[in-house]
Design a binder for this molecule. Structure first.
Ligand code: F6P
Length: 546
């Protein structure tokens, strides 16, 4: 059993931290830089080819010292050790939280419930690798003897967002003659789009679902199975559909031979699973050696988390800054702005990781929290966002902390694109922090009637995260692990269970009931609230079932 969680507002350092925040509040970022010539260096941290610049956050080195003390009082070091030790950090589901075992090196021991889980992880990785090689080489053929040219991953949430994000991020590693598609939404138009133009005889479908019960995934899997069997006959399932799941029984019941199933375990949360068998599409796309590099990237940050002192621990510092912005400065959202088109789906991936993990209203022991938990996370790649919502970031009435991410090198050799990209990132960070005052605008000759409109107040906090080199599988692994462990750090400080997701259940239950009522041949007795009842009646009429 992990040690009981400690309430944030009862930790010994908390009252002084609040006073410290109040004392800092009147200071501007320009003032903080002027007061401390060493600030830029003191608040820049580097490890494993990752650079984290916190100097434009509204804090000082003393703030970090105080936050680290708070983290120690919250038991962060013990929690990190408890995670690696296979303790049941997911208390509400009584499960270990062992995504770190998914990338543990062969021969490492990670034990939970008396069993070393690492040999099982590598057994699955080996099976995945053998299968991926057969698909990539053309040795695995479809029902008509043709090689596979398209892979469709059917899954949702954690069984979709990571694989899709990685497919876009690592597209340069994917052979030109292999197409990857992702089908997640129960909206039939998504299934139509996913199948459109594909030849079933050359398509491999991966049904990815931890539970193999998820409505969207199973509905899509049945539709796509019909598409395959309609074209190629019932026996084609064996050559065109494989499964990734923790439930062999349900995979078999669906009609996929367990020989064509790749397993994982209940100690892997969906949103922490892109490096498990859920990453099968990634492995087919980039090949087993590159997938190994991805895992090595995750592992490098796992080792950093475990061994670096909290004061220099990148994911811990990122988590502490989240707590500072959320709980001490009262900032409700955070924008993730990758200056890397390859990371187009990274904000969406992080939305599930952050908000499904830490969007909680009770502590792990079930008592209500008295402080804010997860911020609303959102974002888009720069520079596109600059021509869209950055106006609000610079001059809106909400202060939105921003996280600007970039790779120091491009994957291409196309002219000056990358320097322009990096210049824009730096320009945004500078503009957010220091803004532009009325006096500066006057000195630049702005017409007086425009001055008020042109002023940018500044003092908008941001972090810059630079990854050395171009995007690679290793770099992506490090980046994702960094955020996974940031979420852990925040969750420990907030005293919550970051590994359950009960909040998503209610909507699922209600949708199941409504589905029966929408489709019943006879008008059903409706016992919802008046608004829902009225819309069910209206939609039944629209669907010709009045
Ligand atoms: O609805 C939430 C959720 O349970 C996520 O946590 C999970 O990633 C997703 O649904 C998909 O679940 P499964 O992999 O079991 O289909």
């Amino acid at each position: 059993m992990p040690a009981p969680v400690r309430a944030l507002d009862t930790l010994p350092s908390w009252p002084a931290l609040r006073e410290h925040a109040a004392a800092l509040a009147p200071q501007t970022l320009a003032g903080l830089f002027a007061a401390d010539p060493g600030r830029a260096d003191a608040l820049r941290f580097e490890a494993d080819g990752l650079l984290l610049d916190l100097s434009r956050q509204r804090l000082t080195p003393e703030t970090l010292t105080r936050l680290v003390a708070l983290a120690r009082e919250a038991g962060l070091e013990e929690r990190i050790a408890a995670m690696f030790a296979g303790e049941h950090l997911n208390v509400s589901e009584d499960r270990a939280v062992l995504h770190v075992a998914l990338r543990a090196a062969r021969g490492t021991r990670i034990v939970t419930a008396g069993e070393d889980v690492v040999p099982g992880v590598h057994a699955v990785l080996d099976r995945m690798a053998a299968f991926a090689e057969r698909v990539r080489s053309g040795a695995w053929t479809g029902a008509t003897g043709k090689p596979i040219r398209a892979v469709v991953n059917i899954g949702i949430g954690g069984s979709h967002l990571g694989p899709e994000m990685a497919a876009i991020a690592l597209a340069a590693e994917t052979p030109d003659d292999l197409e990857l598609r992702f089908l997640s939404n129960v909206d039939g138009s998504d299934a139509w789009r996913a199948m459109r133009g594909l030849d079933p005889a050359q398509t491999l479908v991966i049904v990815a679902s931890k539970t193999f019960t998820t409505l969207e995934t199973m509905t899509n899997a049945r539709t796509v199975r019909d598409w395959i069997t309609g074209a190629l006959g019932p026996d084609a399932v064996a050559k065109h559909m494989v499964a990734v799941s923790t439930s062999e029984e349900r995979v078999r019941a669906f009609g996929i031979d367990p020989e064509n199933m790749f397993g994982f375990w209940d100690w892997v949360g969906g949103r922490y699973s892109m490096d498990s068998a859920i990453g099968l599409s990634t492995m087919i796309a980039i090949g087993p050696p590159a997938f190994g590099e991805l895992l090595a990237g995750f592992r490098a940050v796992d080792e950093h988390l475990r061994s670096a002192p909290l004061e220099e621990n990148l994911p811990v510092l990122m988590g502490l800054v989240s707590v500072w912005n959320r709980n001490l400065l009262g900032l409700p959202t955070v924008a993730v702005l990758p200056y890397a088109q390859e990371l187009a789906r990274f904000p969406a991936y992080l939305q599930q990781l952050e908000m499904e993990s830490n969007g909680k209203h009770v502590m792990a022991d079930g008592t209500p929290v008295r402080w804010a938990t997860s911020p609303v996370l959102w974002g888009e790649p720069g520079t596109n966002g600059q021509h869209s919502f950055h106006q609000l970031l610079h001059q809106g009435t909400e202060v939105v902390p921003a996280e600007l991410i970039a790779f120091t090198q491009p994957r291409h050799d196309l002219g000056d694109h990358h320097d322009l990209l990096l210049a824009n990132l730096l320009g945004q960070a500078e503009a957010l922090a220091f803004g532009r005052s009325a006096d500066e605008l006057r000195a630049l000759g702005s017409p007086e009637e425009q001055i008020a409109h042109r002023v940018c107040p500044g003092d908008r906090p941001s972090s810059v995260l630079l990854v050395d080199g171009p995007i690679t599988p290793h770099a992506l692994g490090r980046l994702v692990a960094l955020y996974e462990h940031r979420v852990l750090t925040e969750g420990v400080l907030w005293g919550i269970d970051s590994f359950d997701q009960w909040g998503v259940e209610l909507g699922k239950v209600l949708a199941t009931a409504v589905a029966a009522e929408l489709t019943a041949p006879e008008p059903p007795e409706l016992a919802h609230d008046p608004a829902t009842n009225a819309l069910i009646a209206r939609l039944r009429a629209a669907r010709g079932r009045a």
